[in-house]
Design a protein around this ligand. Structure first.
Ligand SMILES: [Zn+2]
Length: 410
């Protein structure tokens, strides 16, 4: 069953036809206008009310369709999550940093929603996973203590926003508690101190020789400062891991892990929720106190943030995070393979074709009520599979087929 999916035009998105989101959406919605000056940030595949997907053949929303025949979700999904799709599947095309953020765990999300329903709009947790489509830059978790200490020693401006005393204390004893004190002090640093530290550092960088600049993240600092002048988040790069995922590499963001996406395109999957606690690198509402108190302050290397997939067969790699809400399959069928079948799952799933195309699509069992199933898949095609349905396809010769599939493992 083919879907037509919503595009979100957040300001941080890549503009015009350079955006993967615009390209994928346009490939199957030829009428979509893609002006060069408009950002195409996210493609949403799912039932979230802020951007519901629609069944192409009938115009009905996927959410409404599911509510009429919830059995398509699969018994285990209904038992665990009720009669709703538990995940939201996305493509992101990031041109400039998104806010420094973390997502609460389930209990905390319930509490935040109870206390401040205007800010925290639902009671659900929001674990999320990103799989890179292009080299994808992000900040994720706190750096190793050695790296943080090095930055404290080499950057007097960083010590200024953190406070000399807190920085010294961390250098002597790099406990999680002392890191929390430093991070809290930095995020709560008065605006005039941040402004003078930023201008001192810009001045120093302009006088520094280029080789030293790389070590001190000169270019990243300047890029962030250009987009978010005066924002203390520019200094966060010295405490947080800065990493670049290569295409196919993934990162899982469990509760309370601080992160910020910086640049590039990715596939993202998350529990169906909007609960984000933000502070820094954003014009949106910031809740520094909640963020500082909820974070996990473990210090680990950037490499250890890489989330490994698991090979299911020659062509499918599954990324299965430690939450029941979702998992993602990467399906990569090289040119020349005649047929490949996506295995039936106990849950409903959504498949997105990112590269290549396939004809002679066979869905088994075929019937999804009255709705006809797609007979071919093109780049940008998004299909919904009911629990228990398999999808056999014949990739068209000449290029590999790359697709991603969101599902639940229960
Ligand atoms: Zn996030």
């Amino acid at each position: 069953m083919e879907l037509e999916c919503a595009v979100q035009k957040y300001a941080w998105g890549v503009k015009g036809s350079k955006s993967s989101v615009a390209q994928l959406a346009k490939a199957v919605q030829p009428d979509l206008e893609v002006p060069d000056d408009e950002p195409f940030a996210e493609l949403w595949m799912g039932t979230h009310s802020s951007g519901p997907s629609v069944i192409k053949a009938t115009g009905e929303t996927l959410g409404s369709y599911i509510s009429k025949q919830p059995e398509v979700l699969g018994g285990p999904v209904i038992d665990k999550f009720g009669e709703q799709l538990p995940f939201l599947f996305k493509v992101l095309s990031v041109n400039q940093a998104l806010s420094i953020q973390a997502h609460p765990n389930k209990n905390h999300a319930e509490q935040l929603h109870r206390e401040r329903p205007d800010v925290y709009k639902d009671p659900n947790h929001k674990p999320e996973m990103a799989i890179a489509l292009t080299p994808f830059q992000a900040l994720c978790g706190f750096r190793t203590a050695q790296q943080i200490i090095k930055h404290f020693k080499e950057l007097p401006e960083l010590r200024k926003v953190v406070g000399e005393e807190a920085a010294e204390k961390f250098i002597e004893d790099h406990s999680e508690e002392n890191l929390k004190t430093c991070f809290s002090a930095m995020m709560n640093s008065p605006k005039d101190i941040i402004a003078s530290a930023l201008s001192d550092q810009l001045q120093r960088f302009s006088e520094m020789d280029a080789s030293k600049g790389g070590e001190l993240l000169h270019d990243l600092f300047l890029t962030l400062h250009e987009k978010y002048p005066g924002d203390v988040g520019c200094f966060s790069i010295y405490l947080l891991n800065y990493l670049t995922l290569q295409p196919g590499e993934a990162m899982f963001l469990g509760p309370n892990v601080i992160h910020a996406y910086l640049l590039g395109d990715c596939i993202e999957c998350m529990a169906c929720s909007d609960n984000v606690v933000r502070a820094g690198l954003t014009p949106k509402y910031q809740d520094v106190e909640t963020l500082v108190n909820m974070l996990e302050y473990g210090m680990v290397s950037a490499e250890s943030r890489n989330f490994e997939g698991f090979k299911m067969d020659g062509y499918t790699t599954m990324y299965n995070p430690p939450v029941p809400d979702f998992a993602v399959d990467k399906i990569e069928v090289p040119a020349g393979v005649e047929q490949y079948t996506l295995r039936p799952m106990e849950s409903a799933s959504i498949v997105l074709v990112v590269e290549g195309s396939a004809g002679d699509v066979e869905v088994n069992p075929a019937s999804l009520g009255e709705v006809p199933h797609a007979t071919s898949l093109e780049r940008g095609s998004v299909v919904f599979l009911a629990a228990g349905q398999s999808l056999a396809l014949k990739p068209r010769p000449g290029s590999r087929l790359l697709a991603f599939r969101a599902l639940c493992i229960l």
